[in-house]
Design a protein around this ligand. Sequence first.
Ligand SMILES: [Zn+2]
Length: 404
Amino acid sequence: MKRREFLQTSATAACLGLPARRSVHGQAAADRYDLVVKGGRVIDPSQSLDKIADVAISGGKIAAIAPDIDPKRARRVISVPGSLVTPGLIDIHVHGFQGISHWGVDLDRFCIARGVTTAVDAGTSGADSFEGFRRYVINQAKTQVLAFLNISRIGLIARPGELTDMRMVDADAALEVAMEYADVIVGMKVRCSGSLAGPNEVECARRTRTVAEKIGKPFMMHVGPHEAPLEDLLELMRPGDMMTHSFRDAGGVIGPNGRVDEAIKRAAKRGVRFDIGHGSGGFSFAAMEQALSEGLLPSSISSDIHTYSAMGPVFDLTTTMSKMLHLGLSLDKVIELATIEPARAIKRDDRVGSLKPGRAADIAVLNLVEGKFQLLDSRRQVREASRKFEPVLALRNGKLTPNA
Ligand SMILES: [Zn+2]
């Protein structure tokens, strides 16, 4: 659908400046909305909402969700019959800092242009580069960009593992920066796998947890084939801390016997979260199918979009969402895991991930198209799906960003 086809400006725009009308209840008609997103199927799991309705926006905030809002009450109407209208998607594992980190992509191109209104950079920058990340990425992007700060001072700037030299793993420096930029740093990040941290995995995770405890925020642990016993790593994770790349073939939730590791089940029971973090190596259909068959669902759907995954197999968050829909999660659950659940993971569920009136008008409009679609996991295994999400547009603070 082209933008032109579904945008129309309300005829009432010409009426601006007329005296306020009175409603039947005798109140001033403070009901002139800036924008109404009209006629879509509104799905907001934070409110257990799934119905055809209009979403009205005023002053950059959600003003109302109701059926058949009179278009004359809006300065502008976006008509989206047949589309899904959801809270702006939240991707808690992305990599920005394009041009500084070899992993970094242009976040607006892959996030807000693809329905993601809030993106959390997963440790691309560390203490020594965060001011640059704030200045050149966070402050410039149309997407709301937040960050997990890498426990390593250098973040993901250089190719050798950032944790192989323990002089870089400076908890004091990380703490200072995490406190200075507390408005945008939502937690800490550590990459625990043998190839990146060698024998330092447990000590790096321990330092990360120490900083996370001091700032009262969670940490995200990247996992892969690890040298340390899984139990030693899980032991450091508190309720609310999250593993990412959880559903990979080796080194994630699936143990050597091909079943969900018992230590993982115990960790899930005490509130450790299991994020997807698809990326170029972090998602396997077989592992996810096994986990689902044993009742272990992901806590959040995230893309791990970066230089080496953006052109496939990841493409964008909605493609990862399509994979979960194909694997049997309900539409409502998929949207929950890409809106209010990641908001909870970063302790921002009072601000994002919901269309409750009064919240910032961060909205995604998606089409769920039918056909035959080949979906790839990180090992390039193929599944043929019959439905796929396609992002149409996103609004952040009520402002329109069409699909790129
Ligand atoms: Zn990553």
